[in-house]
Design a protein around this ligand. Sequence first.
Ligand SMILES: *Cc1c(COP(=O)(O)O)cnc(C)c1O
Length: 375
Amino acid sequence: MSSNKAQFISTATGEKYPVNEPRWLSNDGNLLDLQFEAEFDLEKIKNRKPNLWRYREAIPIVNNEHIISFDEGFTPLLPIDFNGKQALIKQEQNFSTGSYKDRGATVLLSLVKELGIREVIQDSSGNAGCAIAAYAAKAGINCAIYLPADTAEPKIAQMRMYGAKIMRVPGNREVTANAAFKAASHTFYASHCYNPYFYQGTKTFAYEVCEQLGWKAPDAVVVPAGNGTLLIGCFIGFNDLLKAGIISKMPKIIAIQAGNCSPLYQAYIKGENIVEPVASGPTLAEGIAIAAPVRGNQMLKMVEATKGKFFAVNEQEIKESLLYCGKKGYYIEPTSAATIAGLQKYLKESDDETVVSLFSGHGLKSTDKILKILG
Ligand SMILES: *Cc1c(COP(=O)(O)O)cnc(C)c1O
């Protein structure tokens, strides 16, 4: 049970707010972070079940009875060879809803339970919606998901199976987000982009990696960069361990974007610290095609603080990585293959490093797309 107190803090003004009332922005409309000191008891952790709640003292849910969990996490970390160079790959496609978004959903829906909220809304074109819907179902909480017109049907099927109310918005992602903002004025907004509790779940990726390496940090971690749910989680998680004195350095964060939709990469190569929205083209990596990431500036700062870098990958590279993984026995989403394509680029310039990356989502989510790729 955690005793120290979490607080929301405005990223613009430092103004603080209590976490026991529903909130997703500061009073003047700025993004919120969470101020919370994670604690680790390595002996206790070792003796707990192999799931992400083993880091109990580092997760800001007050009462154990509010935890909504499928015993998720502690995914295998497998060595895989990429054309003569090795990386360690977290098997994040193995989660119950088929992507690592379950890490964020278990913590966010536990907060919802803790606040006694009976109904949530969310907007997502895919895996975040699936994860929020599944954990809402487990908690017995009503859930409505706002979706843009072009959302992949298999993912909608999954959300419907979990009993979520599907709100199809005629229009693109932005129009959908606006519809969700309106609904959020009277219902709890379980947003994977805005709500800092989601990152309090995804940060456990970093904890697991370090524990699996014998409580050591890797040299580099190669992660996807769309809205940054994992990237930001990684930064928070490794930083928690560094502050607690458990690891002695931050790994470099290597962030991967699809070339056809790469606002962060564009800002990075121009040396800018403000991310401007970009025009985007179609990409196999639909899950990370975010033209105007709400936490873009924050992501840029985090990558630079670790002396990491950004890569953009093209459609051919994504396709080749997808097929390469399949041949090795790993069935992943095309979106996940973008990260692996970036990993392969990074490995070419890295020597004698411990490099960690991940398979972010399961191939069964994208049968239709994969059939097209196979021809
Ligand atoms: C969410 C997700 C990502 C990363 O996306 P962000 O927008 O950066 O959070 C990557 N792959 C898959 C399969 C995902 O579901």
